[in-house]
Design a protein around this ligand. Structure first.
Ligand SMILES: Cc1cc2nc3c(=O)[nH]c(=O)nc-3n(C[C@H](O)[C@H](O)[C@H](O)COP(=O)(O)OP(=O)(O)OC[C@H]3O[C@@H](n4cnc5c(N)ncnc54)[C@H](O)[C@@H]3O)c2cc1C
Length: 400
């Protein structure tokens, strides 16, 4: 009996996900923002991505690569009237090129520029914002302490004492990004008089300010994190950031910076997909490219599903930000969820590269290490989930 051959169903065009805008997110941007995002993508891929690997291996701050970002205008991202989706997709593209440099851009915009702009005095804004906008001035954000990380809200032990027309700051901070290269740090300290937490702009060349780099990190190796000691550091009363009084003011800043980490998780996963897809296409085993094996495609599809899921969450977060209704529970939820998805994606990607996934020559091992740092900073997975749990139940379970 003659059978009619069943036509093979036409598959999707092989370039459906070519640039990996998996959910066509950029199409929601106005033309000018979409063009700028595309230009930035090409710049980051050509002038930053490969170049960052050596600096990462050597654990060196990449001043020349930061200059590329500054030249591209990323120092003023927070000050521009762009959509939240544009800002988020920019952060994802920077993270796709290098997570440490994305952290430089993110801390700079979300935690320093954003804080000075929203909570600073008119003089602080006038003096600091122009230099920050061009990244000629760099700031650090110093909240965490050696003995107080997750419990810093209640435990913060650095003190501020008013002495005439000066504040005297004493204490220690840990993990402070950029503290060794910054011009100033926004330091959170507890006023000994009223026990309120307050923020101070402290120049890093003040007597008593010392920053020592933390070495041998397994991720985020370009970003210089430091142990900071503040030993009787004297600053004028004008150093107090007037709007940054009480822990609620920290949370107004952290609410947005936590969401930014969700965008970093999107970018890191895009990078992992870039590397995994290219490797699967060129590496042959059993006489065929890895990409032709079903189990390899399953891995790639899972990574893509994770990435798209993170992206979808972040697209909705951008809508909440533009509407001015983003709450801490939203940010905590997407920070915890997207970084967990990223952790799984880079782990799958590392496995897909076999032995070559073990060395940073193939980039994937760099992404694998960076995912670990991202999972911890801006509140650990557990602490962010406790914030979500509190929002769901009305019960705070931070202290057992
Ligand atoms: C690479 C990197 C960059 C950073 N950059 C900065 C920066 O620029 N500025 C800054 O101020 N800080 C920064 N941090 C600090 C970061 O925010 C803290 O590391 C983080 O908040 C966790 O604090 P910890 O390290 O003291 O861990 P701990 O608080 O000691 O936590 C240890 C473990 O116990 C868990 N745990 C703690 N309490 C509970 C609880 N109640 N229930 C369940 N589990 C709990 C945590 O989830 C974690 O798994 C950075 C950290 C890293 C790793």
């Amino acid at each position: 009996m003659r059978t009619t051959p069943v036509p093979r169903a036409a598959g999707p065009a092989p370039d459906t996900f070519a640039g990996l805008d998996l959910l066509r997110a950029a199409e929601a941007l106005p033309d000018d923002e979409r063009t700028r995002l595309t230009e930035l993508h090409h710049l980051l891929q050509s002038a930053v991505r490969r170049q960052s690997i050596d600096c990462w291996n050597r654990e060196e701050f990449a001043g020349d690569l930061v200059a590329v970002l500054a030249e591209a205008g990323l120092g003023a991202l927070q000050l521009e009237p762009t959509s939240a989706l544009f800002r988020g997709l920019v952060h994802a593209e920077v993270a796709r090129a290098d997570l440490s440099l994305s952290t430089v851009v993110g801390v700079h915009n979300e935690l320093v520029v954003g804080l000075i702009d929203a909570l600073g005095s008119p003089e602080q804004r006038r003096e600091l914002l122009p230099g920050l906008a061009t990244m000629r001035t760099i700031g650090a954000f110093a909240l965490t302490e050696p003995d107080h990380g997750s419990d810093v809200a209640g435990g913060l032990a650095t003190t501020a004492r008013l002495d005439g027309d000066e504040w005297v700051i004493d204490g220690a901070k840990r993990w402070i990004g950029l503290a060794t290269v910054a011009d100033f740090a926004v330091v959170w300290a507890r006023d000994v008089t009223d026990a309120t937490v307050k923020a101070f702009v402290i120049e890093t060349d003040r007597p008593g300010f010392r920053a020592v780099p933390i070495r041998n990190k397994i991720g985020l190796r370009i970003m210089q994190n430091a142990d900071v000691t503040l030993d009787d550091v004297r600053v004028p009363v004008t150093s107090l950031v007037p709007g940054a009084v009480g822990f609620d003011s920290v949370n107004t800043v952290l609410r947005h910076s936590r969401a930014w980490v969700g965008w970093q998780a999107v970018g890191l996963q895009l990078a992992a997909l870039d590397v995994a897809r290219a490797y699967a296409a060129r590496r042959e085993q059993f006489g065929r490219p890895l990409a032709s094996f079903q189990l390899v495609q399953l891995t790639l599809a899972r990574m893509a599903g994770n990435t798209a899921s993170s992206l979808a969450l972040m697209m909705q977060v951008a809508r909440l930000q533009d509407a001015g209704i983003l709450e801490m529970a939203h940010s905590a939820m997407v920070k915890a969820t997207c970084t967990t998805q990223a952790r799984e994606s880079v782990s799958l990607g590392r496995n897909l590269l076999g032995g070559n996934g073990m060395t940073t020559d193939g980039e994937m091992a760099k992404l694998f290490g960076d995912a670990e740092a991202m999972h911890t900073y801006e509140g650990t997975y557990e602490i962010n989930q406790l914030i979500v749990g509190r929002a769901l139940t009305g019960v705070s379970a931070f202290v057992g």
